[in-house]
Design a protein around this ligand. Structure first.
Ligand SMILES: C[S@@+](CC[C@H](N)C(=O)[O-])C[C@H]1O[C@@H](n2cnc3c(N)ncnc32)[C@H](O)[C@@H]1O
Length: 274
């Protein structure tokens, strides 16, 4: 364990990880006890606590607990993402699934529900723009972390975000040294907001969606949380709408309210058309 980590006994691990899961959806198993101690300790120490039990009491009962949980969330989340990630699925979405949907409805609402620093919705914005479809799609993006949202709204990318650029992206970006900045119309096309996916009411307030992307975040949730998040997505998807999850994730074990379909070699979960 890192020298900066405060001790975390089994009973304190149980109540602290339970509180984090209840409020943020993030699951830490007992094997992750050292990781949780390492991630929470710097924030606890910064707030003047030298015991994780005292920090737990603060998070559970203090008037400033909700705000402190937002700070702690920044230390707990994994924000890995890049432009063009799992591109086959996005290509199948814009080339195969979206055209019939737009033909039927005229417009579409698409939500990137754990967007991190924005590379996922911006990739989609670029692909839609290239196909002349951007003006017909409302693109929403959200994340738990205020820090990544602030980065996303800048539309600036470092080398890491640019490591798997699709050839089409030359028209989306302007190179600046080892980084790049996004074309202003693509930046303006995405509406960012903060949202906790385990807050069912917040998901409901997003309104009806035609497509929801929730990629590479369900792996941080326990099955019961995943099921609850999927149920709330299903309740806001329009009939015939699609849910996209990460390539390494699957919902088949849940008997989910959405049907798994393959399009263009990628998997999608679809709400039954009525
Ligand atoms: C690994 S990134 C995935 C980004 C992007 N979807 C992709 O596939 O490249 C996971 C994101 O999920 C966010 N996240 C974690 N828990 C969340 C929650 N309860 N509600 C909303 N976002 C959450 C994290 O802040 C992080 O930015």
């Amino acid at each position: 364990m890192s020298p900066r980590a405060l001790p975390l006994s089994n009973p304190v691990f149980t109540i602290l990880s339970g509180l984090i899961e209840e409020r943020l959806g993030l699951f830490f198993s007992p094997q992750d006890s050292d990781i949780l101690a390492e991630k929470t300790s710097p924030r606890a120490l910064e707030r003047g606590f030298d015991s994780l039990l005292d920090y737990y009491y603060y998070l559970r009962y203090d008037a400033g607990a909700a705000e402190e949980l937002e700070h702690l969330a920044e230390a707990l989340v994994v924000n890995e993402t890049y432009i063009g990630r799992e591109l086959d699925q996005l290509t199948a979405l814009v080339d195969l699934l979206l055209p019939p949907l737009l033909a039927e409805r005229g417009t579409a609402r698409i939500w990137s529900a754990a967007c991190s620093t924005g590379e996922e919705p911006f990739t989609l914005a670029g692909m839609l723009s290239d196909r002349g479809l951007l003006g017909r799609v409302e693109l929403l993006a959200s994340d738990l972390s205020q820090r990544v949202l602030a980065v996303a709204k800048q539309g600036k990318f470092s080398g890491r975000s640019l490591r798997a650029l699709p050839p089409a992206s030359v028209g989306w970006l302007e190179r600046e040294g080892s980084g790049a900045s996004l074309r202003p119309d693509l930046l303006r096309a995405v509406d960012f907001r903060q949202l906790n996916l385990s807050d069912r009411e917040a998901v409901r307030r997003m309104g009806k969606m035609d497509v929801i992307l929730c990629r590479n975040v369900l792996i941080y949730f326990r099955d019961s949380t995943i099921k609850s998040v999927i149920d709330s997505f299903a309740s806001i998807l329009n009939p015939g709408g699609y849910l996209l999850i990460g390539a390494s994730e699957s919902l088949l074990r849940f008997g989910a309210p959405l049907r798994c379909e393959e399009h263009g070699g990628a998997f999608f979960y679809r709400k039954d058309p009525v």
